[in-house]
Structure formats: C-alpha cells, structure tokens
Design a protein. Structure first.
Lengths: 551, 217
C-alpha cells in the first residue's frame, strides 16, 4: 500500500537523527612502553647543555648555598627572577581586595599558620634557612635551586630549626645527600619535584588539596589523563607554564572562565587554564550532545565534569580536622593512632596528640558552586562575631548572574580550630620551637596562642575557644579520561543530581514546577477518566453499537 | 447529493499525518523522560532523540504549511460555529441514545466543526507554543547573558511543559474519537488509503468522475 510509505519515511526521519553513541571504549590509549618517555615540561624542551659535564658542578659542595652559587655563576639572572615569585616571597597582595595574602601571613584550617613556625613550615620554602623573621630575602644564595631541579630523588629537606624533641625525632637518621651528584642531575622540574611540597600540603600526603597526591608521581592515564605515564606524561610545568620563574595558575586569583581560549597561533603561555590548550569549543561536534557540551562551557568549568571525584588514585585526603582533641598524652608523651586504611593499602593516622583528630575520605564527589575566581580570606586581621557558628577561611564569590562565574568543583574542608574568643579573630599558634610555649612538645594551647600572637604584636584577649571553619579548595587536578567524565544525567536528574544545591539556574531534568506537574498530571488523568466514563456510558446505554457513524 | 467514496487525504497528507504522529509520540516519550517522569533513556539519549525529532517535525511543518497554502486546503480549517452545537450535543448526549452523527463530510469540508476548531487551535496555539519555547529552550546558551535569563528560562520551560501536557491530552482524545461511530478500523482506513465516504454535490461528482477518476470509487 502506497500510504505505508509515509509510515516508513517517518521512521526514517528518526533513524536519520538517531543517537550517535560516542564510542567511548575505543578511545586510543597510547601504547604502553616499558620505560615511560621523558616528562613533557611545556614550551622549554630539549636543552642544549649537559649539566653532568659542567666543571662548576664537580663539587665537592658542603652546603646547598654553595651549589646555588655555582648555578648562579652561569644562570646570572635566575636569582633576580626567582626572588620575585611566590615560592620565594610566600607573599601575595590581591589587587582587587587589597588583602595581604600568601603563605607567610595566612591562616588555614590545617596546621593553621606558618607564621612563627617557619623553622618547621619553611622546609617547603624554596630557600635555605628561613627559621624566623631574620631571614634575608635579598640574598640570592639562599635560593634552593635543587629542590625543584634535581632529578635523582635523593635530595630532601629538614626543618630549619631544631624544634621540640617530640617532633624533631621524625627527621633523624636520614642518609646524607651527595650534593655534587644531585647538582649534576639538574633538569626541568619533574612531578616529584613539585610534589615534594605540593603533594604533601597540610602535613601529609594529599592532606590539603585532595587532588594533589603522591599518586601523581607516576600515575596511570586513568588517574590523570595528562600526567599519565602511559599517556602524555606531562610534568606540572606543561600546564603551569613558566616565564622568568613565574608560574601560570594561581589559587589566589583563579581564572574561573577563560574567554580567550588558545589565543593566537601556538599555545598561550601566560595561563594554566584548560581552554588555553583545548580552546573554547573543546568537545568534538560529532553529535548533538557535543553541541550542547560546548554550550555548557559558558556555565560549567571543565573540571566540574572531567574530575568526577576527589582523592582518586588510592591516597585519601583529610576532610575534617578537630583540634579540640589535640594534646592528649600517654604517660606524659604524645602519641598517635592509625584508624584509616586508604585505597593503596597504607594506614593513615586519625589521631595525633600534636594535631587532634582527622577524618579521611577518598573517591568522593566534590561540592559545587558558582565561582568567579575571587577568594575572600579570613586573615589574622579579620574580626568576626565570636559567637558565629562557623566561619569561612576562604569564602568565594560568584553567581549565575555574573558573567565571569562558572560552576566549579571544590573540596570542602571542615575544622574545629582555636580562635580568640574575646576579640573574635583567628590566631597564630606557636606550634614549633625549642621553647616551653611551643605546642608541639608542651601541649598547652593557651600558652602557644599567647606566644604566637605576642611575637607579631597582635592583640590577644587571653581567652581562646574552638570555632568551626570551612575552607574551599577548587579542584583542578586528576583530570580523568573522557570516558570517565560525568554524563548529562549526573546533573540533569530529579534526585541525586550532582548540582542539587546549585542555585540561580533552571536545569531541565533537575527542576520542576510542582504545581504545573500536578495540574498537568490531573489534566491527563482527567482526560483518561473522561474517556473511560464516556466509553462506559456508551457501552451500557440501551442502544450502543456501530450506529453513530461518522464523527 | 450522493454519498461516494472519495479520496480526501492525499499521499502527502497521509505522510504528514503519520510521520507527525511518530515524531510527536517520540517527543512526548523523550520529553517526559527529560522532565524526570521515567528513565527509559539516558538524559543524553533523550536529548538527542528529542531534539532530532523536533527538528524533523519543524521541517515537516514547513512543508505542510507550504502544502496547505498552495493547495488551498487550509480552508478546511476555517472555524465555523454552524453545526457546532449539533456535534457537541451528539458527543455528550445523542451518542448514548444511538443517534446518527449529525455531520456529513463534504468535499471541501472534510472535518466537522468541532474537529476543525480543535485542529486549528492545535495549529495556531499549542504547536507554536511548544516549538517557540522549544527553540528558545534549545538555544538557551545563545541568550544566557540577557538580564534575568534564568527567570525567562523558567517561564519557557513551564510553557513548554504545559503545552506538552495539553498535547498529550489531545492525543488521547484524538485516538478515543476513532472508536466513536464506525469501527476503529473504519476510522483509521481513510488516513491509510485516503478514501472516505463524502457527501458530493452532483457537480463535484461529475467533475471528479470525469477529471479525477482515480479519486472516486
């Protein structure tokens, strides 16, 4: 029958536009090689000098600064460049808010403050010997070139001051460093160099960030699609591109929405955004979903879909820290308890006398929110209501209405930490030291705060308490391969949506007008009911049957 | 006047009707899936099917509008109050008494007044409401930066959903109507083979018999 052609053609219409299933399983994984190729370090590649052949690096060297002198002998401008960057200054002034930021001044909700504790904390300063306010920031021989550039893996740092015996015991018995061998090994920074500090922020592996752990030293592609040794094998500097020892990518001023993309031909070398390599329409337009995903770039940070979980790769992160329980001792000695076995099988401490209780988590979904890149810090100078239920260490701003904002993933860190109950401020605690006020060894929080504040001429009411603090860590590392990225339904769902708490936008699938659904359902149900009644009355009426004829 | 079997639905009209039926059913199923009423499809599959079917339907409508105006068949849909009361009375009363349907198909009036009014409303109210809001919905990211875009989107989504509920109700009634009068099959056949019984004037009968003999039996 000719008319059936119509039906067939109609079906064809649909077939034409049928779902194009992106063949996710066939994504070409680069072939595994026995030995991973060298890490890719951004624009600078394939140097012209072999440092093992340099007479200047033959040694012997008796100290780190001696190596630095040798380095600066050839790299004449490196000292000047380096001393301007944040790894050296630990200081950053936010131009928009005027806030004095930087590690040197800030309070976090992990070990709380480096200020006054530099003897310990400045192990991660890219320099030698910062233990107190007398450190000379103008002496370029104090720069530690090796910590970033050595490639033997035998170099390490220890605290710059002795500290209390309760802690210093941790750093004893390490093998001596062959400085000359280390100096001759220098090259572009490897992941392990950056990771020595950045993987261990907050006092241990992945404690702070949640997306930076030792699992990234030699990650499989499934953990990080860029850094995977069986894939691209990027070093950190492949994205955190460097110009005169200034790195792209800042946590103090995040580019939440890159509007420039790749820029002019070749890679933009001043930003670490995803868009600077992937452009502003990163998804292949081979399906309708591809179109829609490219649209989503306007509202959703790449990280939101492409980093499905925090602390992947077997190393857990701390999500909750309770300083209230710190200071318990057994027979007058501090102790610690293991209470968590993480994905890679290692035990983690869930209690330490010097720090209190920790809660670990791994492979968990981030928190999400509109973010314009601007962090607002509660610093030592900020006063707040001492009765406040909780305060944000770094609140962030952003909204749907703001054109710079996108929905970003965050690690939320919750802590009970000491504060000045009388004045309503956070406090510097004096944790590390050889004196009897140092908390690590003496376990007297009041004394430690009094000293920590007095050392910097800060007011302290004398009465401390513990307050709940929240810090927010934008998640941007451990980018999963695309086949592991979130799907549409992870957010566009009536229940269990990843973005359930995100406000200011109507999301199909997530959002409904309750009344419209009720009225609509009643309309359809009423129609069916009406049909049923009409049909029944027809059926039971005295003269039913095929007489009514045409309608 | 004579009742004859006359071709009242051309091949294009039948193609239009059935492909429109398939597309609307697809749109209703995927649309209510997207709305969260069921999860037969993943969201991505539903979006792809829904959008593809919507584009196909818009294309079909472009052709059908062209067809309606070039063949003058749009005149079948001109609303008319004459005879409306009789039809309404029949469906709500007369049908139960076994009365005859009061309307006789004419060659230039193949829908009864109630049908003509219902289809016209569908064409000029419900369909535009759903395709205009649908396009606005689909291309939201092109206007997301206008002031109050979120509120506008909420409104667009509500109109779109409300229209979908009403179209679903229409479809249900439309199908039920096939059971009234002749058998379901007898009502269905004209839209398949094109022929139905029509009250022809002698002039129409003569014209068709002479000039379009294939269209009259």
């Amino acid at each position: 029958m000719r008319a059936s052609i119509g039906v067939v053609a109609g079906a064809l219409f649909i077939a034409l536009f049928s779902v194009s299933s992106s063949a996710r399983d066939t994504w070409p994984t680069p072939p595994a090689t026995a030995v991973a190729p060298p890490q890719v370090s951004g624009p600078l590649q394939g140097g012209t000098a072999d440092h093992t052949k340099f007479d200047q690096l033959k040694g012997p060297f008796s100290s780190g600064p001696e190596v630095t002198v040798a380095c600066l002998g050839c790299h004449t401008e490196a000292g000047d460049h380096f001393m301007r960057n944040i790894h050296w200054t630990w200081s950053y002034t936010n131009e928009e808010t005027g806030q004095q930021l930087g590690k040197r001044y800030l309070i976090n909700n992990f070990c709380t403050n480096s200020r006054g504790n530099e003897g310990m904390c400045a192990q991660c300063h890219a320099g030698y010997g910062w233990k107190d306010e007398n450190f000379d920031f103008t002496d370029e021989t104090n720069i530690d070139c090796l910590v970033c550039h050595e490639t033997t893996g035998t170099y390490y740092k220890t605290p710059n001051s002795d500290g209390n015996a309760a802690c210093s015991v941790m750093f004893e018995g390490k093998p001596p460093i062959d400085l000359a061998a280390v100096a001759r090994s220098v090259g572009l920074p490897q992941r392990a160099n950056c990771g020595a500090c950045h993987f261990n922020g907050g006092g241990g592996d992945n404690v702070k960030h949640g997306d930076l752990s030792t699992a990234l030293k030699s990650p499989p592609r499934t953990l990080d699609v860029h850094m995977g040794v069986d894939g691209l094998n990027f070093a950190c500097t492949a994205c955190h591109v460097t110009n005169r020892h200034i790195w792209a990518g800042s946590r103090y001023q995040v580019i939440s929405k890159d509007l420039e993309g790749t820029g002019k031909p070749g890679q933009r070398s001043d930003v670490a955004t995803c868009e600077s390599c992937h452009g502003l329409s990163p998804h292949p337009v081979d399906s309708l979903a591809g179109f829609k995903l490219n649209d989503h770039v306007q509202s959703i940070a790449c990280q939101t879909c492409h980093i499905p979980e925090i602390a992947r790769g077997g190393v857990a992160t701390v999500v909750d820290w309770d300083w209230r329980t710190a200071g318990k001792t057994k027979d007058g000695e501090g102790y610690h308890e293991e209470g968590y076995i993480q994905g890679n099988g290692n035990h983690r401490y869930t209690y330490k006398s010097i720090k209190g209780n920790f809660t670990f988590d791994e492979n968990f979904p981030p928190s999400y929110g509109w973010f314009d890149g601007q962090m607002l810090y509660t610093t030592i100078d900020t006063t707040f209501d001492p009765q406040a239920e909780s305060i944000e260490i770094n609140g962030f701003s952003g909204s749907r209405e703001d054109p710079k904002s996108r929905i970003w993933p965050f690690k939320r860190m919750h802590t009970w930490q000491p504060y000045d109950k009388g004045n309503g401020t956070l406090v510097y605690t004096h944790l590390w030291g050889e004196d009897d006020a140092a908390y690590w060894g003496n376990y007297d929080m009041g004394k430690s705060i009094a000293r920590g504040m007095a050392d910097f001429g800060l007011p302290y009411s004398g009465e401390f308490g513990f307050i709940q603090t929240i810090s927010w860590w934008p998640i941007t590392h451990m980018v999963a391969p695309k086949e592991q990225a979130l799907g549409c339904g992870d957010c566009h769902a009536p229940t269990g949506s990843r973005l359930a708490s995100v406000e200011g936008v109507y999301m199909p699938g997530r959002d409904h007008n309750r009344w419209l659904d009720i009225i609509g359902t009643l309309l359809v149900a009423g129609t069916l009911g009406g049909i049923l009644i009409h049909g029944l009355v027809r059926f039971f009426s005295p003269s039913h049957g095929p007489k009514g004829e045409q309608h | 006047m004579a009742i004859r079997r006359v071709k009242i639905f051309s091949l294009f009209e039948r193609f239009w009707h059935w492909s429109q039926m398939l597309l609307i059913v697809t749109l209703l199923i995927t649309g209510f899936g997207l709305h969260g009423f069921h999860d037969v499809f993943t969201f991505e599959e539903a979006v792809t099917l829904h959008t593809s079917a919507a584009f196909a339907l818009l294309l079909l409508w472009i052709f059908s509008i062209f067809w309606l105006f070039t063949t003058r068949t749009w005149r079948h849909f001109i609303p008319s109050a004459s005879g409306m009361w009789g039809v309404l009375r029949f469906y709500s009363y007369g049908i139960f008494k076994g009365e005859r349907h009061p309307y006789r198909k004419a060659y230039w009036r193949k829908h009864n007044p109630l049908q003509a009014m219902a289809y016209l409303m569908l064409k000029i109210v419900l369909f535009p409401a759903i395709w205009i809001t649908g396009l606005a919905y689909l291309f939201y990211f092109a206007w997301r930066d206008v002031p109050h875009a979120t509120q506008w989107l909420t409104g667009v989504a509500m109109v779109h959903t409300a229209a979908a509920f009403m179209i679903l109700a229409f479809v249900l009634i439309h199908v039920y109507m096939l059971t009234i009068g002749h058998s379901f099959r007898a009502h269905l056949m004209p839209m398949i083979n094109g022929f139905d019984e029509v009250d022809l004037s002698p002039e129409e009968e003569a014209y068709l018999s002479k000039d379009q003999p294939g269209d009259i039996r």
